[in-house]
Design a protein around this ligand. Structure first.
Ligand code: OOG
Ligand code: NI
Length: 320
């Protein structure tokens, strides 16, 4: 076990130690997110009390500025160090965004920590970045100003996320507005930094009728929460195997650097149902595992889910 041969073969294979550290970091990120966003917290509690205590997360998502070293890599390195592997790229030319997703280690085995949430089967990771070079000169000036003020902030993205502190100073209200008029994603990232953008509840791993995402959506709305209605509440991939929906972001009180106080969009919570792939349709229900289901993400769905933090959705009259 401690021989030089095995140590040199796999330098950081001390799984339980690494796993425990990794999950504790995820747990801190999750706590920051739940404490800051009352809707996400209430919904996690609601689903846990109505269904199973051990909710599984399908994925966790982050946003970044694609400039200098502040893009996707600033956050993905951490996940790669703990065994995640990079998957496909998704492009959103109109929104000037690109995204990558990462699959967890040991995805084919039961990699659960035996608990729920971040202590259950490890979630996929979805990280996007704003293609800053394509923004107006004015917007670029603001973004570059803040990433420069952060010094080497890009090296500490996971810490920033886990302690819930921006790696750069707070912007002025004017700067926020200026960015928002061009890209709501950019404005969100300026005031939320590396905070978890959303976690996604895996609905097919629930136990009750709520495992059907349509039932869950109805249940969420009946309980007074507003769902993102962009392109319809239920987002369906072209192969009809990936079904997603999300709440709209909570409005969070924010004090700008000029002392002006206003609310800004915070984070939201998402739901995803992954259906069984056609080649496994005949498997008995108790033999179906996550690997038998539709994997990955879908540009058409994601494009609409990004709108969960938009002013239109956040201020829309809804169930609440
Ligand atoms: C990400 C939106 C896309 C998904 O699951 O496709 C997404 C974001 O709002 O940053 O979450
Ligand atoms: Ni998502």
């Amino acid at each position: 076990k401690f021989s030089i041969v095995s140590a040199s073969k796999s330098p950081q294979k001390s799984p339980s130690v690494g796993d425990s550290f990794f999950r504790n970091v995820l747990s801190s990120m999750e706590q920051v997110y739940l404490n800051k966003n009352p809707t996400a917290k209430s919904i996690v509690e609601l689903v846990r009390s109505a269904d199973v205590d051990r909710i599984c997360y399908d994925h966790i998502a982050y946003r970044t500025f694609g400039v200098n070293a502040y893009g996707i890599e600033s956050m993905s390195k951490f996940f790669m160090d703990f065994g995640y592997s990079q998957q496909e790229e998704l492009r959103f030319p109109q929104k000037k965004l690109k995204a990558l997703w990462f699959s967890p280690p040991n995805f084919t085995s039961v990699n659960g920590g035996g608990g729920g949430g971040v202590h259950g089967p490890l979630p996929r990771i979805f990280i996007s970045e704003l293609l800053v070079d394509q923004m107006s000169v004015k917007a670029q000036e603001i973004i570059r100003k803040y990433v420069e003020l952060s010094g080497a902030g890009y090296k500490h993205a996971p810490i920033s996320s886990a302690i819930g502190c921006l790696p750069w100073p707070k912007p002025s209200h004017t700067e926020f507005q200026q960015l928002a008029s061009e890209s709501e994603y950019a404005a969100w990232t300026l005031v939320n930094g590396y905070s978890v953008n959303h976690v996604t509840i895996s609905t097919h791993r629930l136990k009750s009728r709520l495992k059907n995402i349509k039932n869950l959506n109805q249940f969420i709305e009946e309980n007074g929460f507003k769902l993102n209605s962009e392109g319809g509440v239920l987002k369906v991939s072209p192969d009809a195997l990936l079904l997603q929906s999300s709440t709209v972001a909570d409005s969070i009180p924010f004090e700008f650097s000029d002392g002006f106080k206003n609310s800004v969009p915070g984070s939201y919570i998402e739901f995803a149902e992954r259906l069984v792939l056609p080649e496994y349709r005949d498997l008995p229900e108790d033999k179906i595992e996550e690997i038998h289901r539709r994997d990955g993400f879908e540009v058409g769905n994601a494009d609409k889910i990004f709108e969960s933090t938009s002013k239109d959705q956040v201020t829309r009259r809804g169930a609440k």
